[in-house]
Design a protein around this ligand. Structure first.
Ligand SMILES: NC(=O)C1=CN([C@@H]2O[C@H](COP(=O)(O)OP(=O)(O)OC[C@H]3O[C@@H](n4cnc5c(N)ncnc54)[C@H](O)[C@@H]3O)[C@@H](O)[C@H]2O)C=CC1
Ligand SMILES: O=C(O)C(=O)Cc1ccc(O)cc1
Length: 295
C-alpha cells in the first residue's frame, strides 16, 4: 500500500457511482487529507452533503477545484470537455487533472485544448462498475482487485502519473498503462460491445408481440436475465460512450456480426462440429476469467 495521504486536497467532480466510490475509498483509506466534491445537479449536491463523506461540497466547479492538488472528473464522457473548459482557469499550478471516462482518445482530444501548461493531465479508466448510478450507488470496495488503465499522452509528467498510480493502488486496484487508441479498441470489445448487445437483445424482446413478451418476463430465469442486468445501465452514460468510441465499436460490432452469421450458417446447415467448437471457445474464456479472479 502506498504512503498516505497521497493528496492534500482531492476534488471529485461528478458524484455518481464512480465519483462516490472514489470519495468513499479515499476517506476510508486516508488517501487525501481533505475531500471536496462538486456535481452539476442541485439534488446530488444536497444528497452528498447529507452523506457526510466529503469535507466540502462546493457550489461551483471553479470553487471546487481552486485549491485542489488533484481533480478527478467523474462525469459522462460527453460532459468531460465542458467541465474541463469550466475549471481550467481555476486549476492550481502543479495540480493533477484526471478522469475516469470509459473512452480515452476522444476525451484526451477534447481536453487537450483546455489544459493549462502548469497542470498535468493523467487520463484513467477503472475497469470496474455496476449497472447502478447516482450518489448512493458508490461503495469503497468497488475497485478492489480490478484493473485501472492509465493512458497518459507522451510527455506527461512522470511524477504526476506515479501519484495517480499510487492513488488507484490505494483504492485496491491493479494499474496498467496503455496507448489511448489501443485502450479504446480493447474497451470496445470487452465492455462497449457487450453493453450494445445487452441493450439490443432487450429491445428485441420488447419488440415481440404481447404474449411472447409476457412470457419472456415470466420465464426470464435463464440467459436473458444476465443481459437485463447490464441493460439496466444509465442511458446518458452509454449514449456518450457509443458516440465517443464510434470507430472502434463499429469495428468490433462488424466482427461480431460476421461471427454471428457464421454461427447462423452452421445452425442452418447442421454443422454440429462448428457449433460445439464455438461453445467450447466461449467456455474457455470464462474459465480464464475465473482463474484471473476477474469473473
Ligand atoms: N458506471 C460504471 O460502471 C463506470 C463508469 N465509468 C465512467 O465514469 C464516469 C461516471 O460514470 P458514473 O459514475 O457511472 O455516472 P453517474 O451517472 O452515476 O454519475 C455522474 C454524475 O455526474 C454529474 N454530472 C453530469 N454532468 C456534469 C457536469 N457537467 N458537471 C458536474 N457534474 C456533472 C451527474 O449529475 C451525476 O451525478 C463516466 O464517464 C463513465 O463512462 C467508468 C467505469 C465504470
Ligand atoms: O456493470 C458492468 O457489467 C460493467 O461492465 C461496468 C462498467 C461499465 C463501464 C465501464 O467503462 C467499465 C465497467
Amino acid at each position: 500500500m502506498p504512503e498516505v495521504p497521497i493528496f492534500e486536497r482531492l476534488c471529485v467532480i461528478g458524484f455518481g457511482l464512480i465519483g462516490g466510490s472514489i470519495a468513499r475509498r479515499a476517506r476510508e483509506a486516508g488517501l487525501a487529507r481533505a475531500l471536496v466534491a462538486y456535481d452539476a445537479s442541485d439534488a446530488v449536491r444536497t444528497r452528498v452533503r447529507e452523506l457526510g463523506i466529503v469535507d466540502e461540497v462546493a457550489e461551483t466547479a471553479q470553487a471546487a477545484v481552486a485549491a485542489a492538488d488533484c481533480v478527478i472528473v467523474c462525469v459522462p464522457v460527453g460532459a468531460i470537455a465542458g467541465v474541463a473548459a469550466e475549471i481550467a482557469p481555476s486549476l492550481a499550478p502543479g495540480a493533477i487533472l484526471s478522469d475516469v471516462g470509459s473512452t480515452k482518445l476522444g476525451v484526451i482530444g477534447a481536453l487537450a485544448a483546455h489544459i493549462p501548461p502548469h497542470v498535468a493531465f493523467v487520463p484513467a479508466h477503472p475497469m470496474a462498475g455496476t449497472e447502478f448510478s447516482g450518489p448512493d450507488s458508490g461503495f469503497s470496495a468497488l475497485f478492489e482487485g480490478r484493473w485501472v488503465l492509465l493512458t497518459p499522452p507522451a510527455g506527461t509528467d512522470e511524477a504526476a502519473i506515479g501519484r495517480i498510480e499510487a492513488f488507484w493502488r490505494g483504492c485496491g486496484a491493479n494499474v496498467e498503462r496503455m496507448e489511448a487508441a489501443h485502450h479504446d479498441r480493447m474497451a470496445a470489445m470487452v465492455s462497449h460491445l457487450p453493453h450494445l448487445i445487452a441493450f439490443t437483445i432487450c429491445n428485441t424482446a420488447e419488440g415481440l408481440e404481447d404474449e411472447s413478451r409476457r412470457e419472456v418476463l415470466q420465464f426470464a430465469a435463464s440467459g436473458f436475465r444476465d443481459f437485463t442486468r447490464i441493460a439496466a445501465s444509465d442511458p446518458v452514460m452509454w449514449r456518450d460512450i457509443f458516440l465517443a468510441n464510434r470507430e472502434a465499436l463499429l469495428e468490433m460490432l462488424a466482427r461480431f456480426t460476421e461471427d454471428a452469421q457464421a454461427m447462423a450458417r452452421a445452425i442452418r446447415f447442421g454443422d454440429a462440429a462448428y457449433i460445439e467448437r464455438s461453445v467450447e471457445r466461449g467456455r474457455a474464456i470464462r474459465q480464464s476469467l475465473i482463474e484471473q479472479k476477474q469473473a
